[in-house]
Ligand binder design. Structure first.
Ligand code: UD1
Ligand code: CA
Length: 465
């Protein structure tokens, strides 16, 4: 008799991700296609982690190096290589060397089923334990079962699973499908896998054949029907990628609305799962909020704004058509329309950034204004500064970037160029249309432009000649 180690309560998660994903027609491995801003397999790994498993193994094969590399940062995740890819049973066999002699429950997940919740997995574990089953299959009843394995029952009990391609016309009408998610008793599993043959339309080793095998040997086989079939939607094509992405967005939107955020049109609102939005914030149609973004309370974000990895405080108004990436915006500030805040920008409280203004690596002090047509890069701008229309910081000499400093209360006249490195002192003025190449001391007026001459009667003389 073999001796087993580990605890019978141990959970071992295996995620299948070796398949080619032919139907995606992509040079990117299927499981790396993003859903709500993250590779779909990341969502599966996050759900798996919520079970605190003893081990987590991803089976890689097709473009294994790319998948491994993308997941390298994930703690506690091991890999097994399946090469060539001969089917789902063959994929699972590749983890045998890693789990040999272990005991407990093996939870099998698919890298292409990203909506599955931790709650469903906990339900699966509980049902599996309670029935002391050899395998528990997660199933769903769906409107369009096309493409999925069908659950074939006799006398109400699951007898076997038949794949779409191998099914008879009558079997294809069955609407209960295999989600591809299972709990297995680990100890008998690998012996059972060895008995599977590749006698089917695809000539592959089907994991689903374990079910019929266990039934023949009178081992307890159970099913768990999920309430929400959307949760087990698999992604095999671009069209399913779009559908699953939409479901994930809907879920996030519902959560936000339940927490007091107004979405004028949830159908056109795109908010990534990790984004935090405070109550009483109003989000208009066509807004995209991505990555690690935090939006405070009572903000208004108008239509067609995209915000990425940024921090927006409370009562901020963002007018239409702004792009905000890696920036911080303080309370009561106003941005846009048509503003571009680039990384390392900080807009102070009550400050205003108006139309066609770009800020890069720039601090705009509290109450300061840059209302029209400006480029402000590598600039440190104090409080209460007025940056006139068309002001440009000339921060780049073709080789390096240079800083501009504008101190508190300074006034930069319209259409000025500040040729960096340069400093405008506290309360100083820059005359409109100046090309400033030297520092302007506090309280001074810097004026740097050609003097105007008027040629009297010039037009009349021109017309005569
Ligand atoms: C599989 C199930 C089907 C179920 C469906 C749920 C089998 C035979 N069929 O079908 O009953 O309804 O999932 O989504 O199991 N993979 C490997 N190595 C391989 C083949 C596949 O790792 O050799 C991986 C894939 O990368 C994928 C998962 O296994 O993550 C499922 O494979 P896929 O080809 O998508 O199977 P389906 O046809 O969807
Ligand atoms: Ca699939």
């Amino acid at each position: 008799m073999t001796s087993h180690w580990g605890s019978p309560d141990d959970i071992h998660v295996v995620i299948l991700a070796a398949g080619q994903g032919t139907r995606m027609k992509s040079s990117l491995p299927k499981v790396l296609h993003p859903v709500a801003g993250r590779p779909m397999i990341d969502h599966v790994l996050a759900t798996a982690a919520s079970l605190a498993p003893a081990t987590t193994t991803v089976v890689v094969g097709h473009m294994a190096a790319a998948v491994r590399e993308r997941l390298a940062g994930q703690r506690g995740v091991g890999f097994a290589l399946q090469d060539p890819q001969l089917g789902t049973a063959h994929a699972l066999q590749q983890v045998e060397p890693l789990l040999r002699g272990r005991q407990g429950t093996l939870i099998l997940l698919s890298g292409d089923v990203p909506l599955l919740t931790g709650q469903t997995l906990r339900g699966l574990l509980a049902a599996h334990k309670a029935a002391a089953a050899a395998v528990t299959v997660v199933t769903a009843v769906v409107e369009r079962p096309y493409g999925y394995g069908r659950i074939i029952r006799t006398d109400g009990r699951i007898a076997r699973i038949v794949e779409e391609r191998d099914a008879t016309a009558a079997e294809r009408r069955v609407r209960e499908i295999n989600s591809g998610i299972y709990a297995f008793d680990l100890v008998p599993l690998f012996d059972a896998l060895r008995t599977i043959a590749a006698r089917n339309a695809q000539g592959e080793y089907y994991l689903t054949d374990v079910i019929a095998g266990y039934r023949r040997r009178k081992r307890p086989v159970e099913t768990l029907l999920v309430d929400d079939p959307g949760e087990v939607r698999g992604i095999n094509s671009r069209s399913e990628l779009a559908e699953v992405s939409a479901l994930m967005r809907q879920k996030k939107n519902e959560e936000l609305m339940a927490a007091g955020v107004t979405l004028i049109d949830p159908a056109t609102t795109y908010i990534d799962p990790d984004v935090v939005v405070g109550p009483d914030t109003v989000i208009h149609p066509g807004v995209v909020i991505q990555g690690q973004t935090r939006i405070g309370t009572a903000c208004e974000i108008h239509a067609n704004v995209r915000i990425v990895d940024s921090d927006v405080a409370d009562r901020v108004t963002i007018h239409n058509f702004c792009l905000i990436v890696g920036a911080r915006v303080a309370n009561d500030a106003s941005i846009g329309p048509f503003a571009h805040l680039r990384p390392e920008t900080a807009v102070g409280a009550k400050a205003k950034v108006g139309n066609f203004v770009e800020l890069k690596k720039t601090t705009l002090g509290p109450g300061s204004k840059a209302n029209h047509l400006s480029y402000l890069g590598d600039a440190t701008i104090g409080p209460g500064v007025n940056v006139g229309a068309g002001t440009i910081t000339c921060n780049y000499d073709g080789r390096t970037k240079h800083p501009t400093v504008i101190e508190e209360g300074a006034f930069i006249g319209s259409d000025s160029q500040l040729i960096a490195p340069v400093r405008i002192g506290r309360g100083a003025y820059v005359a409109a249309g100046s090309s400033i190449t030297e520092d302007v001391p506090a309280g001074a007026l810097g004026i740097a432009r050609g003097r105007q001459t008027n040629v009297e009667g010039w037009a009349e003389k021109k017309n005569k000649s």
